[in-house]
Design a protein around this ligand. Structure first.
Ligand code: GLC
Length: 557
């Protein structure tokens, strides 16, 4: 810390302070992947100052909150999800003062700030893991199998490929569900609980409005760490309860954190939230993470994984709404993030579909998460040379060695997310730095270059190029977010399906009807009202509406 920090800046006071209807219930939250958002110092890596300077852009875009991916001290073995000091900012990204400044500026602009917390594992450079005695108590060490302990303790595989165990010089093994540089913590040890509660308080004291809980389904492992019994474990993640994911025991942790968050919020007149990144096999099991005494939101990856097909979309939407309604929580919607193929590419390389999917998402009840760059319609970058890649899954040998992992399974990337259309299922292609202006890389990402090369043809996709062009994807997002704010009830209100031809979805929200044509060709139907906003030009003649293929339209009714 470079200087004494003052008391936290007040969060925006607009609806939802204290208890009562929460601000998060219908919030649109924008994910800033810090290293790729904006670079202030010219090292080619985005940082907190760069992000702070660009906050007015996010205010103007119309989002309610910002989620910052990890910027903590880290050797960066997994893009910062390997934390060596949870209370320090990595020099790559700035200082604690920069974090404080960013939170203040966001609050001044009326934006809330959510930060990541990574409780399943630390970096292997964390002082706890570096200490031979402490590490044995706070991580999961086990003797190996075989005559001289030369075999891993069980058959678990790392999400990034290869065994989930690494042998130490002392001969025993430690568990890492992700990279070997990310040892799993032992949540049976109360000191681990105490430490994470203290970390949360540290960031709450700095003014953050909540936490995105990384691998919220992972902290508790089945007693005895039993074998799974067959390979291809990557394909089972999110499909069934595994001895290392979605164990019932994780819920006690989330209950404790909810008590902490509510207690802190009550004491400080704030509403602070927890968002679970949890992989559960069904919408019902996912809903357990957002029971009234657990976290506030959970990412709805079932929606993200749904194919662009009306029946599939409808059933995912119904299942999601029913499951969260059963526990009184809002549903969340998300189409892209830093772990999955950008939805423009995933949905068949079709910007038309991506725009339609976004308008659909923003018309659904609940909260929505946007991933930086989707508002520009950015595609996945699929031709990165091997020498620039940084995703640890790539080096864990998914494809190269044939080991199980995201690379061998084009249907699932880390955590089981749909990877269709990406570069071998790895994650660098969605993390290419943003283009802000200009005709050539780095497109004003910063004064230097960019840590991953940007395509030479992104000049037309920059923020500057799209601003003011009513046909642009950026202006579509701005218009949708503006309408979402102005139409009461569009966020956390009721939704009713309306009759529609095959391949088309139609549903009403207060004051609005939304139609989605998932087919590749025009569909005609009786015009249900006046078009308010459409992802593609819609025409209305003599009370007949013509919906372009792969489009979504919001109608005033
Ligand atoms: C989450 C993060 C991902 C990371 C993993 C391990 O899935 O979103 O980026 O690699 O956790 O921390």
């Amino acid at each position: 810390m470079t200087q004494e920090l003052t008391s936290p800046s007040p969060a925006p006071q607009a609806p939802g302070t204290g208890r009562g209807p929460g601000w998060w219930r219908d919030a649109v939250i924008y994910q800033v992947y810090v290293r790729s958002f904006a670079d202030s110092d010219g090292d080619g890596i985005g940082d907190l100052r760069g992000a702070r300077e660009r906050l007015p852009y996010l205010k103007d875009l119309g989002v309610d909150a910002v989620w910052l991916t990890p910027f903590y001290a880290s050797p960066q073995a997994d893009g910062g999800y390997d934390v060596a000091d949870y209370r320090a900012v990595d020099p790559l990204f700035g200082t604690l003062q920069d974090a404080d400044d960013l939170i203040r500026t966001a609050h001044d602009l009326g934006l809330r700030v959510i930060v990541d917390i990574v409780p399943n594992h630390t970096s292997d450079r964390h002082p706890w893991f570096q200490d031979p005695e402490l590490s044995r108590q706070r991580y999961l060490f086990r003797p190996g199998k075989g005559e001289s302990g030369e075999l891993p303790p069980n058959d678990w595989e790392s999400v990034f490929g290869g065994p989930a165990w690494t042998r130490t010089d002392r001969g025993d093994w430690y568990l890492h569900l992700f990279a070997p540089e990310q040892p799993d913590l032992n949540w049976d040890n109360p000191e681990v609980h105490t430490e994470f509660e203290a970390i949360m308080r540290f960031w709450l004291d700095l003014g953050v409005d909540g936490f995105r809980v990384d691998v919220a389904h992972g902290m508790i492992k089945a007693p005895g760490l039993p074998d799974i019994g067959h390979g291809a474990q990557a394909q089972l993640i999110g499909a069934q309860v595994l001895p290392f994911f979605d164990q019932d025991g994780v819920h006690a942790i989330h209950r404790a954190w909810r008590r902490l968050l509510d207690g802190y919020g009550d004491a400080h007149g704030r509403q602070v939230i927890g968002v679970a990144e949890a992989w559960a096999p069904t919408a019902e099991r996912l809903a357990l993470y957002v029971r009234p005494d657990e976290l506030h939101q959970a990412f709805n990856f079932q929606f993200l994984n749904a194919p662009w097909q009306s029946d599939a979309l409808r059933s995912v939407i119904d299942a999601s709404l029913a499951a969260t309604a059963s526990v009184g929580a809002p549903t969340t919607w998300v189409l892209s993030n830093h772990d999955v193929v950008r939805h423009t590419t995933r949905l068949g390389g079709s910007l038309a579909r991506a725009r339609a999917a976004t308008l659909l998402m923003l018309a659904l009840p609940g909260s929505a998460y946007l991933y930086q760059g989707e508002e520009l319609g950015l595609p996945e970058v699929t031709d990165l040379p091997d020498e620039v890649r940084q995703d640890p899954a790539f080096f864990r040998g998914g494809r190269a060695t044939g080991a199980a992992g995201p690379g061998t399974d084009t249907e699932s990337a880390p955590d089981g997310v749909a990877a269709a259309g990406g570069q071998d299922g790895f994650r660098d292609g969605c993390r290419v730095p943003l283009p802000w202006s200009g005709e050539l890389p780095p497109y004003d990402f910063g004064p230097g270059g960019s840590w991953l090369p940007q395509p030479a043809d992104w000049g037309g996709l920059t923020v500057a190029a799209q601003t003011g062009d009513p046909a642009s994807t950026l202006e579509l997002y701005r218009a949708a977010l503006d309408l979402r704010r102005r139409l009461p009830g569009l966020g956390d209100g009721p939704m009713t399906w309306a009759p529609a031809p095959d391949g088309v979805l139609a549903f009403t929200r207060p004051g609005l009807l939304c139609t989605v044509n998932t087919l590749g060709h025009d569909v005609e139907l009786p015009a249900p009202g006046t078009p308010l906003l459409s992802s593609a030009p819609v025409t209305v003649d003599d009370a007949t509406g013509r919906l372009p293929g792969d489009s979504c339209t919001w109608w005033a009714i």
